[in-house]
Design a protein around this ligand. Structure first.
Ligand SMILES: [Mn+2]
Length: 324
């Protein structure tokens, strides 16, 4: 599987790597590491994303080379590689259009709900992060694991495993991470940069969530809704609304945490987290047109906020009530 993909890469010279909008650590880290692998194989490569690199990942070597999406597919780009993206919707409409125009497309991902939208699909549903798949690709290609690549992969794997707290953290993952540290990753430094330099504005949103979250079903469900206009009122940006679901997920007794955010374009973004191995939030997301992982999933659905929230909450309630 890995070798087939390496062979496909070797046959072409000009690549672009993209990932989903609102990129997280795995999206950015996988984009960078894939770019470095292609360069090590002597390929020309461009890295794109519709959204800017989040500040917390801007220190990663090469992060400044992730550029905004070009208006059209550059004529010299032959192969488009999409990383950490379960379906074309997660790329955004304008990217999906460019993606579909590429002469050859590759999809490297670890979402078990992946729709296999490319001509060549390397989907490893059990991988803890897309970065783990790229790690194996680097090994399969026989390319040296450099410190910049190891940093990108560490960011990818660390963030997608919740700092190695989720059950996806297998012995294999820890062996990979040992290799990344041996390749030069400074664990204390990289974790401080990713997790302990949170902008002050993000605390405004965190406070808002803690003040206004709703707990129901005997404390088993916790959720918060961000109405239209709230970000402007608080003076915060899109980046300050990331990972809010993790603040309420950690409350004792909570089995499912949810954040509903009015995107102010008629759509609602839903983030779902499960803390109970018996609750598959990707199945709940799937009922409403979303997807993701067993314990961490998302939906983009039509508003208004109240209706979207009630629909999703009813699905969550049904699952939570069915638990023994
Ligand atoms: Mn991922």
């Amino acid at each position: 599987m890995y070798q087939e993909l390496i062979d496909a890469i070797r046959q072409n010279d000009n690549f672009a790597v993209i990932s989903h909008f609102r990129p997280d650590g795995d999206a950015i880290g996988s984009t960078l590491a894939m770019g470095m692998l292609l360069q090590a194989l002597g390929k020309k490569v461009q890295l794109w994303n519709v959204d800017p690199v989040p500040l917390r990942y801007a220190f990663l070597p090469g992060a400044q080379s992730i550029l905004p999406l070009p208006p059209a597919l550059p004529p010299d780009v032959h192969t488009l590689i999409c990383v950490d993206t379960g379906d074309l919707k997660r790329l955004g409409d304008e990217v999906a259009e460019i993606f579909n125009k590429a002469p050859f497309t590759i999809n490297i991902d670890h979402h078990h709900t992946n729709s296999r939208y490319a001509q060549l699909n390397l989907v490893v549903g059990e991988a803890a992060a897309c970065g783990c798949i790229i790690f194996n690709l680097i090994r399969a290609a026989g390319v040296e694991l450099t410190c910049p690549t190891a940093m990108a992969l560490y960011a990818a794997i660390s963030t997608d495993t919740g700092s190695f707290q989720y059950s996806s953290t297998t012995p294999e993952v820890m062996r990979m991470v040992a290799d990344l540290i041996e390749a030069g990753v400074d664990v204390g430094d990289i974790n401080r940069r990713i997790y302990q330099e949170i902008p002050a504005t993000s605390f405004i949103t965190q406070r808002e969530v803690l003040n206004n979250m709703v707990v129901e079903e005997d404390g088993k469900i916790a959720h918060y809704s961000m109405p239209a206009g709230k970000k402007t009122e608080l003076g915060v940006g899109m980046e300050d609304c990331k990972d809010l679901v993790d603040i309420i997920r950690v409350m004792q007794g909570v089995k499912v945490a949810a954040i509903f955010e009015d995107l102010e374009d008629g759509r609602i973004r839903v983030s779902l987290r499960s803390k109970d191995p018996e609750v598959d939030v990707s199945a709940i997301a799937g009922m409403h047109g979303g997807g993701g992982h067993y314990m961490a999933s998302g939906i983009r659905m039509r508003g208004p906020l109240n209706e979207a929230r009630e629909k999703v909450l009813n699905s969550i309630r049904a699952v939570v009530r069915s638990l023994s």
